[in-house]
Design a protein around this ligand. Sequence first.
Ligand SMILES: C[S@@+](CC[C@H](N)C(=O)[O-])C[C@H]1O[C@@H](n2cnc3c(N)ncnc32)[C@H](O)[C@@H]1O
Length: 215
Amino acid sequence: MEEKDGTSNGSTTAQRWDARYEAAEEPLFGTAPNEYLRMVAARSDFRVRSALCLADGDGRNGAWLAGRGLTVAALDISAVATEKALAFDRFNRVTVERRTADLDSWSAGPGQSWDLATLFYLQAPAGTRLRALEQAAAALAPGGWLVVEAFSKEQAVHANMGPEDPGLLYSLAELHGATPGLAVVEALAGEVRLDEGRRHRGIAHVVRFAARRPE
Ligand SMILES: C[S@@+](CC[C@H](N)C(=O)[O-])C[C@H]1O[C@@H](n2cnc3c(N)ncnc32)[C@H](O)[C@@H]1O
């Protein structure tokens, strides 16, 4: 179980994710972008030119957005994931400004803003989730979109995927509570069939949340 200081069994969050990515022979969550991101991107009112991908892992979502012509910045706590993501970008002939950073301490630089901020499957303690959501919302340009998908608290009882600890899982209430300045476009919780690499496959209970900073 994740402890308050981010350590578990003596290893840090970064070390645990580094080990997972190091051991993976294929992209951990597949090479295709997240399905909900594709759904939001298909909306007629979704017009964005820049994106910030938080906890982007080995890069599927950042690379996909860059391939659509967006200027993309991305971060992840795992240096191994970041290296793999950069290799994935090169393979796809796209450029993403990637860095290794911890959402417990990262903030956008002065004057930096993006038309889209994404957060997919950051299954982390409440303090980290809340800070990540607040930072993402604060980094949005006027009219910008926040798009989130993650396992919901209901997923804790299902052994097929995701954390068993409900403390690492999301509720719609916390998404609403963390983003008071945004106008909600969609806030959904329910079962979807995931097909995202070997770790996210099958029916799962998730939250899907899209909200915009007012113009
Ligand atoms: C389940 S993976 C999802 C990766 C990616 N968003 C995707 O959907 O393909 C969760 C990611 O969150 C990252 N992560 C966990 N805690 C983090 C933190 N405090 N700051 C930044 N990234 C973190 C992990 O390294 C991992 O890449």
